[in-house]
Design a protein around this ligand. Structure first.
Ligand code: NAP
Ligand code: FER
Length: 335
């Protein structure tokens, strides 16, 4: 930063049509904000870019409230309290909250959570110990519920959510198959203990590839992706299969909802159940989830990776990379 009294802040320049580009984002320089009573001032260290933010770029109702054109972009940020402003935080406390994509931002103290300083890097509060980790935790244990002996498929398996889902499903005794978009990701999935991994970009036919690794069908499908990959998994659902719909990133940039042929007929034949969920549905149990995830990470039972993009100025690039599969594990931006 050139001037200590100023703060760079990313705003939404325009709403995208289809796949967003860097033109949709503006980096402005503003004065460092002054916290109102009840608010603390935080200097950002890491910010999170997440697929759901594509929903926030679009006007209209969704679970993700739209960002306003011209207004700062917001999301998960880990930072350091620089002005507690009487809120009870100490200067230097590490906190996580939903803050502007900026060098400095204010937030109501009750929306900030202390990040434990210890043997796990603070950035994990945005990944394995943050929203994506909790999504994996509840999506696996409360929605998908893999059982010993089940064959479970996880899409976007080398991502922030998927990599944790696969490991939790292994802990539950399932046979786990991951799909991901590169050889490097497939190798990592093997290191994580996945029983099989498919590079979906490198197969002629998704269905044939699934039939090879799940000859008796798919008992549980954890869907992060949607689209043609999901159609192929539906073709291979086993009797009484369960599908947890977590995300549909393959469709987030589509201007129109795709219409058929989808594979719902398969649900009749298999009596499968499909259930969507939002991580926020489980907010009453977040503390338990985070404590379990932290314990497993500390014990070495749960591995994670982060793709760190350096510099606040590269935040849009890091965000857009999610849609190209450029991240392995959780994508964060180091401010
Ligand atoms: P992530 O998996 O770390 O990153 C996104 C990944 O999606 C990319 O790395 C890419 O990996 C894959 N991808 C992108 N475009 C694709 C396409 N067209 N077809 C197939 N794969 C594609 O992201 P995340 O934060 O863990 O989120 C994963 C999913 O969970 C997203 O759909 C997200 O919206 C959802 N989610 C849901 C909740 C909830 O509460 N329901 C909460 C958090 C996240 P490849 O190299 O494998 O293509
Ligand atoms: C939340 C619920 C859902 C949230 C994020 C999501 C940041 C993500 C959903 C998705 O990626 O589809 O409360 O908080």
């Amino acid at each position: 930063m050139s001037n200590e009294a100023e703060s760079r802040v990313w705003t939404l320049a325009q709403r995208p049509t289809g796949t967003p580009s860097t033109e949709c984002f503006d980096l402005e320089t503003r004065d460092i904000p002054t916290p109102n009573p009840g608010e603390a001032l935080v200097r950002a260290r890491y910010l999170s870019v997440d697929p759901y933010m594509r929903g926030r770029m679009r006007a209209g109702e969704s679970y993700a409230e739209p960002w306003d054109v011209g207004a700062p972009l917001r999301g998960g940020v880990v930072g350091e309290v620089v002005d507690p402003n009487g809120t009870g935080f100490e200067t230097g406390d590490l906190v996580v909250g939903n803050l502007a994509w900026a060098d400095y931002a204010t937030a109501p103290a009750h929306e900030l959570t202390r990040v434990a300083v210890g043997d796990v890097p603070a950035s994990t509060a945005l990944g394995v110990l943050g929203m994506p980790g909790r999504t994996a935790y509840f999506g696996t244990r409360a929605v998908a519920e893999p059982q010993p002996g089940d064959t479970m498929v996880v899409s976007a398996a080398a991502g922030a959510v998927g990599s944790v889902v696969g490991q939790l499903a292994k802990m539950a005794g399932a046979r786990v198959v991951g799909t991901a978009g590169s050889e490097r990701k497939v190798e990592w999935l093997h290191e994580l203990g996945f029983d099989a991994a498919i590079n979906y970009r490198d197969v002629d036919d998704y269905g044939d590839a699934l039939a090879d690794v799940a000859p008796d069908g798919v008992d549980v499908y954890f869907d992060n992706v949607g689209g043609p990959l999901t159609d192929a998994v539906f073709d291979h659902l086993a009797t009484d299969a369960r599908v947890a719909v977590c995300g549909q990133i393959a469709l987030y940039n589509a201007e129109e909802r795709p219409v058929g042929p989808r594979k719902l007929g398969k649900l009749i034949e298999t009596r499968a159940r499909v259930e969507g969920f939002l991580v926020s549905d489980f907010s009453a149990r977040f503390e338990t989830a985070t404590a379990d995830l932290r314990r497993w990470v500390q014990a070495g039972d749960l591995q994670y990776r982060e793709t760190v993009t350096d510099g606040l100025e590269r935040a849009p690039e890091a965000f857009l990379g999610l849609f190209e599969g450029e991240n392995i594990g959780k994508q964060v931006v180091k401010v």
